[in-house]
Design a protein around this ligand. Structure first.
Ligand SMILES: NC(=O)c1ccc[n+]([C@@H]2O[C@H](COP(=O)([O-])OP(=O)(O)OC[C@H]3O[C@@H](n4cnc5c(N)ncnc54)[C@H](O)[C@@H]3O)[C@@H](O)[C@H]2O)c1
Ligand SMILES: O=C(O)C[C@H](O)C(=O)O
Ligand SMILES: [Mg+2]
Length: 610
């Protein structure tokens, strides 16, 4: 169900603010120089340094570019406008075509710019994040992964395959950048809700790192997308002669883990302070690798931990939306559908939060949570229960007439939950939410991409009622409820947290990423919204505020790292300075360290390697 998910037009106030921002950003202040070890055509073909027609004449002389470009120098602002004009023409020319075709055309035009001129690419991405995030990130990135072999033109990131065993330590030095700060790695085994896409899953680390640049200001030259190709069990891909990955079944057990171990050792040998985000691993490896590495490396699993923090912030926002004190969170009845890495991550963090608030044991805190997977309600009667799901299984004595494997509709009818999170399935379930014990029930349809969403926003408001709070993992338009009323759509996506988790950890030189740091991130996101916003069903900020959100979240993560004595300092900023920073100073420190795309004067230096 691909639909036009792009927002229509910004209101006048937004346009005014955007113009102001634009004036400031295209100001003539001269940025610091950037050392380059190349000359001539090599620079034009390097997207990190290329300025296309924007090289000033003096620089053309210095770098041996005179004559390699048309004579006229075009300003960054003119280049920006020219790109946006082409983008808008493409939008006009593809009107009426199927959504998937339109989205892929938009992705292609952005990707071509990414391949040619990173500075301009990131500037248009940052300035138009609300329109472009759905193209370079969820949901279009899912379609890109599905069509990766056909779309492939140039490699991006690094590929480590099962065939590289024993070679990784030397391979890692093939990466051209001296410094890497942020790595996102996948093995392609669970790409969004699209299943095993093998090597084609590389689109996900690329999209996540684009968000790191846009939302957290990580310098793109210091990001590294990684595909760990350990085979695929996707039969269609295995039989596709043009498939670009290993045409072998996935490695399992110790063989699999030894590949990941080797990669982690290699990466930390070359860049000991790089942060590694694990993304879209199938559940068993998501949990296993998190346990295996989290005390040893500065890493986290975004699907388990990032998602949990965003969902918890949304759940706390739901309590505020009801006009109730946060302490009432302990009384909320919550049904979580999906016992995978995301569902169990959410449950685990939410149960910990209730236990902390109520001062009760985690077993007691679990009372109001119900977990449902493809076989229905999970109880202690479940045979062969997964060890990660076991702590959340209901005691048959506690569930008042419900039985092991009870269907979602049975559970919702009986429990009358305040929140339904995850898969809500069909209209019948949504209608049952009308009988919720909450005056403002919440539906979180968090699965991605759009085609996998448990329900659309329109369906949720239609069946469950106009009074609900609604959030989805992929973006939907707000819903017109008639009589001038609008059903607000929130995007409950881990993009609100992972950039801040990464940046806060980086800027403190955190040794590891602790539960306390993740909890601080979630709490800061929850408190970002005003009472007025939450009471209007607005639980998460607009994505156009993402850098501001990330400054706050990053600062909260940084402060928690310092408080837990996990910070080792970053560059010139030592532990002492970090410890002395107030909350406001920490936010400023984080914001000040965000990279922003401007053309820096290039200065040539001989004998370098980049
Ligand atoms: N919004 C976000 O930020 C966010 C973050 C992480 C994951 N997700 C999405 O959540 C979804 C699940 O991710 P995951 O990592 O947990 O996947 P997973 O494969 O680990 O788990 C999927 C779970 O869904 C259950 N399930 C499947 N069909 C079901 C059905 N008909 N009824 C009830 N349960 C059913 C399975 O039993 C399993 O427990 C994906 O679509 C992913 O894109 C969204
Ligand atoms: O990638 C996303 O949009 C969120 C999440 O990490 C997912 O796997 O669905
Ligand atoms: Mg993910």
């Amino acid at each position: 169900m691909w639909r036009n998910i792009l927002s229509k037009s910004a209101n006048a106030a937004e346009v005014g603010k955007a113009n102001l921002r634009r004036e400031r950003r295209f100001s003539t202040a001269i940025p610091g120089p950037c050392i380059v070890h190349k000359r001539g055509a090599d620079i034009l073909h390097d997207p990190w340094f290329n300025k296309d027609t924007g090289f000033p004449m003096t620089e053309r002389d210095r770098l041996g570019l005179r004559g390699l470009l048309p004579p006229r120098v075009i300003s960054f602002e003119q280049q920006y406008d020219r790109f946006m004009d082409s983008y808008h023409s493409l939008e006009k020319n593809t009107q009426g075509q199927p959504d998937g075709i339109v989205s892929l055309s938009k992705w292609r035009i952005l990707n071509r710019l990414h391949d040619r001129n990173e500075t301009l690419y990131y500037r248009v991405l940052i300035d138009n994040i609300k329109d472009f995030a759905p193209i370079v990130y969820t949901p279009t990135v899912g379609l890109v992964c599905q069509n990766y072999s056909g779309l492939f033109r140039r490699p991006r990131g690094m590929y480590f395959s099962a065939k590289d065993k024993g070679e990784m330590m030397s391979m890692i030095y093939n990466w051209p950048a001296h410094q890497v700060d942020m790595i996102v790695i996948t093995d392609g085994s669970r790409i969004l809700g699209l299943g095993d896409l093998g090597v084609q899953g590389i689109g996900i680390p690329i999209g996540k790192l684009d968000m790191y640049v846009a939302a957290a200001g990580i310098n793109p030259q210091r990001t590294l997308p990684i595909m760990l190709d350990v085979g695929t069990n996707n039969q269609k891909l295995l039989q596709d002669p043009l498939y670009l990955g290993l045409r072998e079944p996935r490695l399992e057990g110790e063989e699999y883990l030894s590949i990941v171990d080797e990669f982690m050792e290699a990466v930390h040998t070359r860049w000991p302070k790089a942060i590694v985000q694990f993304e879209d691993f199938q559940m068993k490896w998501a949990f296993e690798t998190l346990q295996r590495y989290r005390k040893k490396f500065c890493m986290f699993n975004d699907d388990i931990q990032g998602t949990a923090g965003v969902a918890l912030a949304g759940l706390l926002g739901t309590v505020r939306a009801q006009g109730r004190p946060l302490s009432d969170f302990v009384k909320q009845k919550i049904v979580v559908v999906g016992a995978g890495s995301a569902g169990l991550g959410v449950l685990s963090m939410a149960v910990q939060a209730v236990s902390k608030m109520a001062g009760s044991s985690e077993t007691a805190a679990n009372r109001n949570f119900y977990l449902i997977d493809k076989d229905g309600l999970v109880t202690k009667d479940r045979k062969n229960i997964d060890s990660a799901a076991a702590p959340f299984a209901k005691d048959p004595g506690d569930i008042d007439g419900l039985r092991e494997g009870a269907s979602l509709i049975e559970v919702v009818k009986k429990v009358k939950p305040h929140v339904l999170l995850g898969l809500s399935g069909v209209g019948g379930v949504l209608k049952a939410m009308r009988e919720s014990d909450s005056a403002k029930p919440a539906i979180f349809a968090m699965s991605n991409p759009t085609s996998n969403a448990e329900c659309t926003a329109a369906e949720a408001f239609k069946h469950a009622g106009g009074h609900i709070v609604f959030a989805s993992g992929s973006p939907f338009e707000n819903v017109d409820l008639g009589n001038g009323r609008i059903g607000h759509v929130n995007q409950a996506n881990n993009m609100y947290l992972f950039p801040g988790i990464g940046l806060g950890s980086l800027l403190t030189g955190a040794r590891i990423i602790s539960d306390g740091m993740l909890q601080a991130a979630s709490e800061r996101l929850a408190s970002y919204m005003t009472d007025e916003e939450t009471q209007n069903g607005i639980l998460f900020p607009s994505i156009s505020r993402i850098r501001d959100v990330t400054s706050e979240v990053g600062a909260a993560v940084a402060q928690a790292a310092v408080a837990e004595e996990l910070a080792e300092g970053h560059g010139e900023v030592g532990i002492k300075e970090l410890m002395q920073m107030s909350k406001v100073e920490m936010v400023e420190y984080v914001a000040r360290n965000m990279w922003f795309p401007v053309y820096s004067p290039l200065v040539h230096e001989k004998n370098g390697s980049n």
